[in-house]
Design a protein around this ligand. Structure first.
Ligand code: SAM
Ligand code: SF4
Length: 329
């Protein structure tokens, strides 16, 4: 199917759509959600799977050929495999990925892969069971390595682990995560903590800058060289690897503007708003247009025209966001 290339006002090619299917979650990660959760969206405001698929049918030919399903926690929405199947059926879509906390991956990986999912990112902030429950503030028996094995067995490659590094909380595991990459096919991406919302008392003091993370990873497993990422040109991570390692180590530095210049993405919130920057307030309501039978392409073009050049997190402006779970991270 022929697709158009869409550029924003700064000439960036926009080809990647992150789709949040729910704002709810079975975890309450300290850096993401308040312990009692947030005010959830009313069910009627949330796009049905049919509405999400129709949105993708209209926007994929505009150049949005790469999709990521996220949330909240996408695997807690029933019949996620049905949505994946519907999206797989959209001709212009080239790649479908999932971001998950991994709790349900051992049960769901095979059916998601059968429905057409290509690959998966798993949030794994610790390899220690007691610490996992402390960070997630729920004990649901999540085992990162079981989730990894299930994803690999189902062919959901490449598997990436996303680790939000917090000083004094899990930074002593940087070496353990780095060691995993030596003989396991996993791409461990260390993410700088972002100050958004309430954050359970986490402050700037808990941020561990990526250069320090890389130094500590190299201390654990030896010199690291720049490496190709598991997929080229798709995201903000810089990748490194030890010689002959099965996996890679990536760092994501949202606190600098280093990746705004090559930002290729927009976000669809669970209630159908197209958001052009994770931390910007600029968004367009696609849901009402969809429900009124209006075409989405003109709204998409209008949204891109307002996509900001960069975020303002460094001056503690998260664009009114209370949690990344509200917009799909
Ligand atoms: N529930 C899924 C998960 O945890 O992967 C998908 C949604 S979650 C909001 C997406 C990503 O955002 C996760 O990798 C999570 O670690 C990250 N995230 C959430 N809040 C963050 C924060 N304050 N700083 C850095 N990363 C954050
Ligand atoms: Fe849930 Fe993901 Fe946020 Fe953790 S990071 S509370 S798993 S949405």
């Amino acid at each position: 199917m022929s697709t158009r290339i869409s550029r924003d006002q700064f000439g960036r090619i926009i080809e990647y759509l992150r789709i949040s299917v729910t704002d709810r979650c079975n975890f309450r990660c300290v850096y993401c959600m308040p312990v009692h959760g947030l005010e959830w969206l009313p069910k009627g405001d949330i796009l049905s799977y049919e509405e999400i698929a129709e949105t993708v049918r209209q926007l994929a030919p505009m150049g949005l050929k790469r999709l990521r399903i996220t949330g909240g926690e996408p695997t807690i929405r029933p019949e996620l495999d049905r949505l994946i199947g519907m999206l797989r059926g959209v001709g212009a879509v080239e790649d479908i990925a999932l971001s998950t906390n991994g709790v349900k991956l051992p049960q769901m990986a095979a059916s998601l892969a059968a429905a057409g999912l290509d690959r998966v990112n798993v949030s794994a902030d610790s390899l220690r069971p007691d610490r996992i429950s402390e960070i997630a503030r729920r004990n649901l028996g999540f085992e990162p390595l079981r989730a990894l094995d299930a994803a690999l067995a189902a062919g959901l490659r490449p598997v990436k682990f996303n680790v939000v590094v917090m000083r004094g909380i899990n930074d002593d595991e940087i070496g353990d995560f780095a060691r995993l990459t030596l003989d396991r096919e996993v791409h461990v991406r260390f993410i700088e903590l972002m100050p958004v919302g309430e954050m359970a008392g986490l402050t700037w003091d808990h941020v561990v800058p990526s250069p320090e993370v890389l130094d500590r990873a190299a201390t654990a497993i030896g010199a690291l060289s720049r490496a190709d990422g598991p997929r080229k040109g798709n995201g903000p991570a810089e990748y490194y690897a030890a010689p002959d390692a099965a996996g890679t180590i990536g760092v994501i530095t949202p606190m600098s503007h280093s990746y705004c210049g090559s930002c290729n993405r927009v976000r669809l919130t669970a209630d159908g708003r197209l958001r052009t920057c994770l931390y910007g307030t600029h968004e367009v309501n696609l849901r009402d247009a969809l429900r009124a039978g209006q075409p989405l392409a003109p709204l998409f073009d209008a949204a891109l025209a307002g996509k900001p050049r960069e975020h303002h997190l460094l001056r503690s402006d998260a664009g009114g966001l209370k949690a990344l779970s509200q917009v799909g991270g």
